[in-house]
Design a protein around this ligand. Structure first.
Ligand SMILES: Cc1cc2nc3c(=O)[nH]c(=O)nc-3n(C[C@H](O)[C@H](O)[C@H](O)COP(=O)(O)O)c2cc1C
Length: 163
């Protein structure tokens, strides 16, 4: 048996970036969630992936979504990350955001990168679902330091090269 605490602590040794995945449905309703599970999957075709707890409030919205946007957070966006990592309703009217050009999903200012996707596939994976997106638009900031998550805390990237 794998103990849940041990699983979390051990997997917490894997550093991740922090992203807010957002979507807008046909009625214009916005939703979003903070994730550390975002990553690349395939170059040709260009696919990315992330996973979401089936018990998340936004789960149904993403199951039904035809597209989504990935906001890759900068190191000064911990407050924004926290807003989308709670069970509270999202305070959209208090946040500065605009619709992403291709998908209309909300994107925030000053992120390191934006990745717009059409929903390619959704697979069940235990208590999470795996979302696979086909990239339709990419935008990377010329500079920008990413927000990281490691060992249960937000971190900055130490950009010293080790090679
Ligand atoms: C750094 C960080 C990374 C996270 N990564 C994920 C993730 O990959 N998948 C997930 O389902 N929840 C993840 N969470 C937790 C969700 O953000 C959190 O459960 C959120 O409250 C879900 O919102 P909702 O239930 O209101 O939709 C993460 C939280 C943090 C702080």
């Amino acid at each position: 048996m794998i103990d849940a605490r041990n699983f979390r602590d051990t997997l917490g040794r894997v550093p991740t970036g922090v992203c807010i995945i957002t979507t807008q449905n046909e009625a214009g309703i916005l939703d979003g969630v903070t994730v550390g599970s975002f990553g690349s999957l395939s170059l040709d075709p260009p696919l990315v992936l992330w996973s979401l707890d089936s018990k998340a409030n936004c789960h149904q919205a993403f199951r039904a979504a035809k597209s989504f946007a990935v906001n890759v957070l900068s190191e000064d966006q911990t407050d924004l990350s926290r807003v989308f990592a709670t069970k509270e309703a999202r305070p959209w009217s208090e946040l500065t955001h605009k619709p992403a050009p291709k998908t209309g999903a909300p994107i925030f200012e000053n992120c390191c990168a934006y990745i717009e996707c059409e929903m390619e596939a959704i697979h069940e994976g235990g208590d999470h679902d795996l979302f696979i997106g086909r990239v339709v638009r990419l935008e990377a900031a010329a500079s920008g330091r990413p927000l990281l998550y490691f060992g249960g805390s937000y971190r900055r990237l130490d950009t010293d090269r080790v090679d």
